[in-house]
Ligand binder design. Structure first.
Ligand code: C5P
Length: 248
């Protein structure tokens, strides 16, 4: 498995392993091997199974995105970044709201790793569960879009490789922050044939690619499908129809 860079992403499909335990996670990895560019491990699975499962999935030759959204003092985030790198993950993320000093500490910690293992670091801008009134509650009077642009610009200036953004913010980040060489990973992707669930600001896989996303995170439309490989293949075809590369 070659090291991932913004120019060498390969398959843009990231499958969210939003499952409760190791057995369910490994079953999904087996079901979907060869179709996912990467598997995402978030706080639910990590809190249940810990770093051992991350190592196990990496050892199977799969790329892993560790979605733990670090947000702490710079020294602590630097140490967490180093631990994440040592697990061999391809991507991990931090909250851009932690500030420039915190983001730079994560970048410095990772750049001390050997280049074979250097993961990409993405900044979480504004959670898609927040809107202007929940931002006002925490003292941010700007609307969500302005806050996304501000945090994405800060993430870029701090040396991060990209950001997590909803489909509705991709164009804004491309226009106002970075036209290219800045990874945009987007959740909230729903094929026209699947349920939207609790995702509100959604785009289809083809739309998200056309808007300029580099990586699409998709969970339930694949994991909840009666035939997971068929669902993933259908999504990959939709992505390719919009110009995404197919190779894993
Ligand atoms: O099942 P679904 O396709 O909605 O899964 C999307 C994944 O992306 C979930 O793991 C969810 O936690 C994550 N995510 C999100 N919205 C964000 C950040 C992460 O849906 N803003």
């Amino acid at each position: 498995m070659s090291v991932i860079t913004p120019d060498n992403i390969g398959s843009k499909l990231v499958i969210a392993l939003d499952v409760p335990d190791r057995a369910a996670a490994l079953e999904a990895v087996d079901d979907l091997s060869g179709l996912a560019g990467m598997f995402k491990i978030g706080s639910q699975l990590f809190a249940a199974e810990g770093p051992g499962l991350v190592r196990e999935i990496v050892a199977r030759g799969e790329r892993v995105f560790l979605d733990l959204k670090f947000h702490d003092i710079p020294n602590t985030v630097a140490a967490a970044a180093q631990s994440a790198s040592r697990l061999g993950v391809s991507i991990f993320n931090v909250h851009a709201a932690g500030g420039a000093e915190m983001m730079k500490a994560a970048v410095d910690a990772v750049s001390r790793q050997d280049s074979e293992r250097r993961p990409l670091i993405l900044g979480v801008t504004v959670l898609t569960s927040m809107n202007s009134s929940s931002l006002a509650e925490i003292g941010i009077s700007d609307d969500a879009a302005s806050q996304v642009v501000r945090l994405a610009a800060l993430a870029r200036a701090s040396g991060l490789d990209g950001v997590v953004a909803s489909p509705l913010e991709i164009e804004l980040v491309r226009k106002r922050v970075a036209a290219e060489k800045f990874v945009i990973l987007t959740p909230g992707v729903r094929p026209a044939w699947s349920e939207s669930g609790d995702q509100k600001r959604t785009a289809t896989p083809a739309e998200a690619i056309r808007l300029g996303a580099d990586l699409l995170v998709i969970g339930r439309p694949i994991l909840g499908a009666p035939r997971r490989r068929d669902a993933a293949e259908r999504i990959l075809e939709e992505m390719e129809s919009a110009g995404a590369k197919a190779n894993v």
